[in-house]
Write a protein that binds this ligand. Sequence first.
Ligand SMILES: Cc1ncc(COP(=O)(O)O)c(C=O)c1O
Length: 361
Amino acid sequence: MTQMPIVFTRGVPPAESFPKDRLAQAASDVLAEYGDVVLQYGPSRGFEPLRALIAEEKKAKSTDIILGQGSLQLLDLYARMTIRPGDVVYLEAPTYDRTLTILKRAGAEIAAFPVLSDGLDVDAVETSLKQGRRPSFFYLIPDFQNPSGTTLSLDKRVRILELASTYGFLVIEDIPYRRLRYRGEESPSFRQLAPEITLQLSSYSKLIAPGLRVGYVLAPTSVSEPLAKYAEDTYINASYFNQALVYKLASSGWLDMHLMDLIALYTPRLDTMLASLDAHLHGFASWHRPDGGFFMGVNLDKAVPIDLLKQRAAAANLQLTDGRGFFANGDGERFLRLPFCALKPEEIQEGIARLAGVIVG
Ligand SMILES: Cc1ncc(COP(=O)(O)O)c(C=O)c1O
């Protein structure tokens, strides 16, 4: 009998989390209240009421916030605006695979530094800087990193910022998972610690629905000003209609309640993932125990050749991502990213039992 497929490839929210009825109501309210604005072209920074709401929460100027068609669009825009061939950019290893693609395509030379159990190896970063390899920026995912699940400690955040001001580079913090914390205490964001040298990217993709494609960047005025102009010259503006839907859900307090529902939905999924790994892979792999987000990163004790891994996974009807995609230099043969939010606890249990069979052979 063929087993049900189990998909450990996609870090997406589950369809059961999508607030379809609430969005239908918001769509009708938005058209009634803001129809003439949201159906027209507009200034490139995006729908002002949503920017004002984010600005209030972040204690920022609303003109320093640019809304985009997802946060990735804004990262791509910034990369294309600033990177010249040969410019060095610092990243974590592993990191988000699409960021790697975007930065390489923009012509950046990548220097990537290992992620330890509490985030980045800052000593390795300092050594590289002392050797004269200065980046234009350091892109980090400090909270519940995609793909490793790690969170950067406060001490390391402070050290990275000290290095950034000594050596003169910007920090780009990408924090789409920050509000999905299932336990433990939050550290201040890079922007809270040093707004003048931080670009903060974030998104409503994981909080409401990725299909809305609403994300933002909050940047110092020296960056937000030229970026807004670059955006206008590239695509005029991102979707005001979708931004206004987000505004409706966020300004009414609904989003805060929804976040509590998401945390209640995802916490048992993370717990099941951890318990299943403890039960099946102890002695064959190691992993960090995340406090939130979407992902677990697992490091196998012994590399299984990727073709063999794929072949055994296919036989077990298990879909796995090739770990090498998260590393700039082709490392990652021993790395597995396991997203847990879109799978039901019983699928996670079954998936990890099958994974153990695949790895242990
Ligand atoms: C670290 C990180 N940044 C950005 C994105 C994409 O965000 P958006 O949907 O806002 O473009 C993702 C999605 O998986 C992500 O994990």
